[in-house]
Structure formats: C-alpha cells, structure tokens
Write a protein that binds this ligand. Structure first.
Ligand code: ADE
Length: 225
C-alpha cells in the first residue's frame, strides 16, 4: 500500500511511522508513507498556502489553487483509490472503515489546518471525509497518523502472528477480553486460574464470556445490532 499525505506541518508526521509495527510494515515493503509539504505548491515568494475567508470571520482557509496543484501533481503519478480529508465533520473512524481502507492500494490523505480547506476541494477531489472523534484537533496530522496506524497494522504480513488482529477490540464488533502475563502471583494479585489450566476450549469460552461482559458494561451501544 502506498499512502501520500499532504500537510502544512510535515514535521508532525516524521516520527509516527518510524517505530514498531508501522516501521516493520515499511521495512518489509508492505507500506510506504510519503509526507508532502503543502508549501511546495504555495503561491509566490512567500509560498502562501492560506488566505482570509470570504464573508469575513476569524481563521484562515487553505487555498483552492494550492491544494488543486498538489492533488493534481500527485494524482498524475499515482491513481488513488480514495482521497481522504481528515476533518472533525467527517464520518467517525471505526474498525470497519480501517478494515475497508486496508484493502486499497493507493491513498491520498489531506490534513486541514487553520479554519479548514476551501470547500471546492472537498467537492471536486475528496472521496471520503474522516473524523477520529468528536473533538477538534489543531490540524489533521495527528488524525492522519491515527488513520494510517489503524490501516497499516491490518495489512497482510505486517503483524507477526497474522491472526492476532482478529482478536483486537472492535475487530468482531466487541471489546477484547483481559490479558495477563507472568508472574502468576504478584502481591497476591492472582491470574485467573482458568488461564493456567491448559484447557484451550475452556479458555476460549472464558475469553468470550469476559469480552461480552466487558462490552455490556462499557460499550452497550456496540451490542445493539
Ligand atoms: N482535524 C481536526 N480535528 C479533527 C478530528 N477530530 N478528526 C479528524 N481531523 C481533524
């Protein structure tokens, strides 16, 4: 998978993809993330990328011409399956969306800043608008990092044990059960006996039960459908 990200603050995206699972994905050649500074397409000597909004009001808006030039130049190099704008008024990211996007080949993500981007970009180019939650970030970069992480770990071959993503919270619509590791007893805080029993079937049943219990108490909304 190839992901291009357009950002006015590319430095914010240097670190997130250079560690752990996403780093492994990149090393294995399964995922490539290229972050592009929007200022490269900025206008004039000052490389201007934003301007005051028509109709007045506080906050700058990212300019239609700048973003059009950026998107068209990148689109000439690669055919995108989706052009995604990260925005608090988009559809809320969930595991289903991450699963769906992980099956794509090329994605372009646009990070907004200031007051937002000129609406014409959304009308003309953007195929999907995604929010990572009902709160406002100062830009789309951290949201893009979250989105890339949620997608990248799902690519076949990225996780050591490919089945492990199958047992994540949300992967089958419910939360994951509790997990434990050594020691068995720490300050008299015991690990549930059943996990030490070696009875795979009983352990599986216990995990299903705990997952359901946890979902009922913490996220009953997930059980509605
Ligand atoms: N940009 C600012 N806030 C955001 C959010 N919650 N999700 C995605 N992009 C954003």
């Amino acid at each position: 998978m190839h992901i291009d990200i357009l950002s006015a603050v590319p430095d914010l995206l240097i670190s997130p993809f250079q560690h752990s699972i996403l780093k492994r994905a990149e090393t294995k050649g399964l995922l490539r993330v290229d972050v592009h500074d929007i200022r490269k397409w900025g206008i004039g000597k000052a490389r201007q990328i934003d301007d005051y909004q028509f109709g007045g009001g506080a906050g700058m808006v990212m300019m239609v011409e700048v973003l059009t030039n950026a998107i068209e130049e990148l689109s000439a190099q690669r055919k995108y399956d989706e052009i995604i704008f990260l925005t608090p008024d988009g559809e809320t990211l969930n595991q289903g969306i991450a699963n769906h996007l992980s099956l794509k080949g090329n994605l372009l993500m646009i990070c907004g800043h200031y007051k937002g981007i000129d609406e014409r970009i959304r009308e003309q180019f953007v195929t999907r608008e995604i929010s990572i939650g009902d709160y406002v970030l100062s830009g789309g970069e951290l949201a893009a990092a979250v989105l890339v992480d949620s997608i990248g770990r799902l690519l076949p071959g990225v996780l050591n044990n490919e089945t492990s993503a199958l047992f994540d919270s949300h992967q089958d619509g419910i939360l994951a059960p509790p997990v434990y590791t050594r020691p068995r007893n720490f300050r008299d805080w015991e690990v549930p006996e059943i996990l030490l029993s070696g009875n795979d079937r009983a352990i599986e049943e216990w995990r299903d039960e705990k997952a359901l219990e946890r979902t009922k108490s913490r996220r009953p909304d997930l059980l509605k459908d």
